[in-house]
Design a protein around this ligand. Structure first.
Ligand SMILES: [Zn+2]
Length: 195
């Protein structure tokens, strides 16, 4: 395989990138004079070698605990459960949520072979078992997978003396948390309902 084919093949392994886009990206990298390729390569190597998941919330971090879990001005008794790091980033952008997070790294999808074991649910349970949590906000997406995940979590969290809420209002049915604008997200968290 020649170097160009190798690069195209590598790009097609990324989510949402087909052969055509991969070829366009590979040619761009080749022709670009601004060293974008080197920067991209270095950023990719750095993230794989230096970053890992936060021991507590599964967010990305260079340290044992992420910047959110380490922040003394946040409320650790409030945990917002999200599907992916991109959802956490979207919620952080709105700026007024001051609790902690838990990133599941996916949502239940039995047809795709994604069960509870494939998600970071055990580490969430361990956190709740410590007894320091007062409320869990389920901020999974409002599509079938996200709803199924929220219902599953509601069931397994039921034995604990904590309040469980679900963001709902404002987020369109079937929409992703990641793609919802900051103002709508802010309202959705504020007007969360008991679940
Ligand atoms: Zn963390």
């Amino acid at each position: 395989m020649n170097p160009l084919e190798r690069l195209v093949k590598a790009f097609t392994r990324l989510p949402g990138i087909g052969e055509k886009t991969a070829t366009r990206l590979a040619l761009f990298t080749l022709r670009d004079e601004k060293d974008t390729g080197r920067e991209l390569a270095e950023a990719l190597i750095f993230i794989k070698e230096k970053m890992h998941f936060c021991q507590q919330c599964q967010n990305l971090t260079e340290a044992e605990l992420c910047i959110i879990c380490r922040d003394p001005n946040r409320t650790p008794s409030l945990i917002c459960v999200v599907e992916d790091i991109s959802d956490l980033v979207a919620l952080e952008k709105m700026g007024d949520y001051r609790g902690h997070y838990h990133v599941l790294h996916g949502a239940l999808s039995p047809l795709d072979g994604v069960g509870p074991e494939e998600l970071k649910i055990k580490s969430l349970m361990r956190r709740i078992e410590q007894g320091t949590t007062a409320e869990v906000i389920l901020a999974t997406n409002s599509n079938p997978s996200g709803e199924m995940t929220a219902l599953y979590l509601k069931k397994v969290l039921a034995p604990f003396k904590i309040s469980i809420s679900r963001i709902a209002s404002g987020i369109p049915i079937g929409a992703n948390v990641e793609h919802t604008d900051a103002q709508t997200l802010s309202r959705a968290i504020e007007s969360r309902r008991e679940f």
